[in-house]
Ligand binder design. Structure first.
Ligand SMILES: [Zn+2]
Ligand SMILES: [Zn+2]
Length: 184
């Protein structure tokens, strides 16, 4: 098992290594970062946002063409939405092992505050790990400090810790053990 992180060229540069390292450490699964090879689809002019579902279609097609069976997390800078929701931090499609996360609403600048790379790194780690957690078979968690808690906004995202609670960690270990069995 191995996590692929596709980093879009417009996503904040220089944060790739700390983000990938932490995602890997929290989940206990190796992760590598490469420049995003997937075409950015789904931009909607009127909303100035990207439809996360369309982007996941594109990512999923790429995975299929290139025979990638492992989870892929795409990191982009464009603001994302999904049908029925004005915006999303990220979105995972478990059935194809593809997820996307956006840095747009993770930056202080978006809220009129001064920027801080450490904040973006912290939030990208939490959001990215959360979405990959879904791809590895984890659902949402009630524990507000757990990575798998679904945050209602930036404050709740900031309130999470960069860890899985004991329950989610145990579940993940069991899921990973099953995955290894299948591939053997
Ligand atoms: Zn979630
Ligand atoms: Zn949990």
């Amino acid at each position: 098992m191995h996590i692929h992180i596709f980093w879009d060229s417009l996503a904040p540069d220089g944060l790739q290594v700390p983000v990938a390292r932490s995602i890997s450490a929290i989940l206990g699964v190796p992760a590598t970062v490469t420049e995003n090879p997937v075409r950015m689809m789904g931009y909607v002019n009127e909303r100035r946002q990207v439809d996360a579902q369309v982007l996941l279609d594109s990512l999923s097609a790429y995975k299929y063409r290139h025979d990638i069976h492992e989870p892929v997390l795409l990191v982009v800078s464009q603001d994302l939405f999904r049908k029925g929701s004005s915006s999303v931090f990220g979105l995972a499609r478990e059935s194809v092992g593809a997820a996307v996360v956006s840095s747009a609403r993770l930056a202080n600048e978006f809220y009129g505050k001064s920027g801080d790379d450490a904040d973006i790194i912290d939030r990208l780690i939490k959001e990215g790990t959360h979405e990959v957690g879904h791809l590895l078979g984890l659902g949402h968690c009630e524990d507000r400090e757990c990575i798998m808690f679904r945050p209602g906004g930036l404050d709740e995202l900031d309130g999470k810790k960069k860890i899985l609670c004991d329950l989610c960690y145990t579940k993940l270990k069991a899921k990973l053990a099953t995955t290894l069995d299948i591939s053997r």
